[in-house]
Design a protein around this ligand. Sequence first.
Ligand code: CTP
Length: 402
Amino acid sequence: MLRSKNILIGITGGIAAYKIPLLVRLLVKAGAQVKVVLTPTAKDFVTPLTLSTLTGDEVYCTPFDPDTGSWKSHIELALWADLFVIAPATANTMAKMANGISDTLLVTTYLSARCPVMIAPAMDLDMYQHPTTKENLKRLTQRGHYIIQPGSGELASGLTGEGRMEEPEEIFKLISQYFSTGNRFHNKNVLITAGPTYEPIDPVRFIGNHSSGTMGFALAEAFARQGAQVYLISGPTQLTVSHPAIQLTRVTTAQEMAEAASPLFETSDIAVFSAAVADFTPTETAKQKKKKSTKSFSLELKPTIDILHTLGNKKRANQIVVGFALETGNALEHALQKKRTKNADIIVVNSLEDSGAGFGLTTNKVSIINTKEEIQHYPLKSKNEVAEDILDTIYTALINKS
Ligand code: CTP
């Protein structure tokens, strides 16, 4: 499955670097061509000799080798790769990647890469929790990169918590899975709604919510990577898409989202409603900005169209419809009820009571109710890992329907 795949491993200067020779060994054994690019600090944690022995190739570290006078092209390395895996990724290198600070061969290579990028963060607990790191990680996620969620456990510092790089065997499994799921949604049209909707009160104010759209965009990238043609309809977000098979339509209100989704639903094989659609909209939108007053006032609201409910109940026999349920109490009970009334095949349940899950985060913790109403609970994962779990459930449903 990995035969003839070119995998570029980027190693940065963290203690977890000592585990990477095992990952390289597993990849080579599975038939992959592996090249390694190291940051200068990574050499303090793992020797180039070990890595070049395992890959059967030289190891890349600096753009210019003073001993041989040769130039190492980051462009050639980047274009060679089918996948670029940065493991361990330190806070420092992630900050440079997020901001384009290209003072190492690894980051210049990253900036030239056109292939998908996987990042396995590894650092100390407090560094991982720092807002700077979280912000950088969010930006890298927004670029469609695949984040391999670090686990919790004993760290090299002696502290216990989040920040421990995923084990090499697990990273190997994710890489293999990444290539094996290849084209399974080939020829499938997928409709996805994502993000919040904004319902205007007047020309400057609106009713909205905290949805960032990250989950829906991660689903769109995952479907496109696996061969689907994706129609993504998103409310206001900062996110962009990178895959050419994703056609993005930006909308603002629930009504606009419904109008954009409706014709696409008719030709879709799979429809995933991940948007956090506002349930109410002002009865009237003021033409002029409402002036401040010392008196309280009431705003009359009317219900919006329930897009999933409307389209789910028009579902064709061979179509798969997936809904989301965001709950704060009795999550599974409410979700099951939504599945039935909205005629969804699958419901992904988010509970806002789980830490690390919900709006504006790069991680999520979900339970999935499948077509048979069986419930599968998943641990906290990065949103692109959660997207893979959702796609697995959809794929099983698709096979059972066809
Ligand atoms: N949904 C929709 N259109 C709406 C409201 C919700 O398409 N106007 C979809 C969401 O995209 C999601 C599912 O319905 O897939 C459930 O959304 P959620 O907000 O959890 O539930 P609601 O139906 O809005 O009910 P409540 O807010 O009372 O939990």
